[in-house]
Design a protein around this ligand. Structure first.
Ligand SMILES: Cc1cc2nc3c(=O)[nH]c(=O)nc-3n(C[C@H](O)[C@H](O)[C@H](O)COP(=O)(O)O)c2cc1C
Length: 334
């Protein structure tokens, strides 16, 4: 059971925020497959308080995505508190503070993972945001800046003390970037220490990984990141597996339906040309496959990608997608 403040999360399987991917159309895809909670991508608190149009667009969502977490990035307590209030007024169910972004332009400015080096500032920011928010408030942190300065337990203590409602932990330090391998021990200790739910994150690409993380740590929920790109159905697989029903990879016809639905959501949200162009990166993930997708070993896919990335109209793209799946199904039958 995962409860964040006064919000009961239906399934404790959470879609991670991923800049450039977890927009409203993608969030509709994962909640449709069973994800219990979704996030916007990180949103700059400074840009939000300046009412930047593109930034405001990042907070738009449709009802089936709820509950939606708006994630804020910044380093100034006053600005973050003001932005938190704006996110709440715009309809966010939960507001989250980013303590994990490793990007150079972010950390050199003192935000994201760089805040882990300043726990006193984290305390000040958390207090200000908590005061500004009448809805649940969460943080998402890495385990520390680097191996020598790992301080996630200190961050957990600050979060508990400041009334944060849940803590998601990406089980890598900033120095680890996105390299394979996660620090399960930090999760075990954080779960033991925290009075509020802890959500574990890192390297979940198949249902077994989710089950293992929950069993090994006792965490209240798990968060899937890159493993859901090109495989939004992974949440349904995790739910089945956790309920001892086993799981099956989706069939080619059902993947085709998923891809076309996603494309339609994109066009609905962004309009035709922009929606089709922004869909290219998703198509790359769909056609590459992964542990949660049977397209991992599909032939013909690089050819398909080369063609897909130069199309900017809906009808020709649908035709190309249909042709690709027809071909795969033909090959499958042989
Ligand atoms: C391209 C990319 C963009 C990301 N954007 C965000 C973001 O906006 N906010 C955030 O908290 N984490 C962000 N992350 C980190 C993920 O949320 C997640 O913590 C990380 O990928 C580890 O999970 P995974 O191993 O399941 O992918 C991003 C990761 C990637 C690869």
């Amino acid at each position: 059971m995962l409860r964040i403040g006064n919000i009961q999360i239906k399934q404790p399987y959470v879609m991670a925020p991923i800049a450039g991917y977890t927009d409203s159309p993608f969030r509709r895809m994962v909640t449709g497959s069973g994800a219990g909670l979704v996030y916007t991508e990180l949103i700059s608190a400074d840009a939000l308080v300046h009412k930047n149009k593109k930034t405001l667009m990042l907070m738009k969502y449709s009802p089936e995505e709820k509950p939606v977490t708006v994630q804020l990035l910044g380093k100034n307590a006053g600005i973050l508190a003001e932005a938190a209030g704006m996110a709440m007024d715009a309809g966010a169910d939960i507001v989250d503070l980013n303590l994990g972004c490793p990007a150079h332009n972010v950390v050199s400015n003192g935000a994201g993972a760089a805040l882990l080096k300043k726990p006193e500032l984290v305390r000040e920011i958390a207090a200000a945001m908590r005061k500004a928010l009448a809805i649940p408030f969460t943080i998402k942190a890495r385990t520390g800046w680097d191996e020598d300065s790992k301080n996630i337990l200190q961050i957990v203590d600050i979060a508990n003390e400041q009334g944060v409602d849940a803590i998601a932990i990406h089980l890598r330090t900033r120095a680890m970037g996105f390299k394979k391998g996660i620090d399960m021990q930090s999760l075990i200790e954080a779960v033991r220490r925290s009075k509020v739910p802890v959500i574990g994150n890192g390297d979940i690409t198949a249902p077994q990984d989710a089950k293992h993380m929950m069993a090994a740590s006792g965490c209240a929920g798990v968060m899937v990141g890159r493993g859901a790109l090109g495989a939004p159905w992974i949440f349904g697989m995790i739910i089945d597996y956790m309920q001892d029903r086993g799981f099956v990879l989706p069939s080619l016809p059902s993947i085709r339906e998923t891809v076309l639905n996603h494309l339609h959501f994109m066009v609905e949200f962004y309009g035709e040309t922009k929606g089709v162009k922004l869909f290219r990166k998703h198509l790359v993930h769909y056609s590459r496959g992964g542990p949660a997708s049977p397209l991992l070993h599909a032939r013909h896919s690089s050819d398909f990608r080369a063609k897909a990335v130069i199309i900017d109209k809906l009808e020709p793209l649908i035709k190309l997608i249909n042709g690709y799946f027809d071909y795969l199904m033909e090959v499958d039958r042989v």
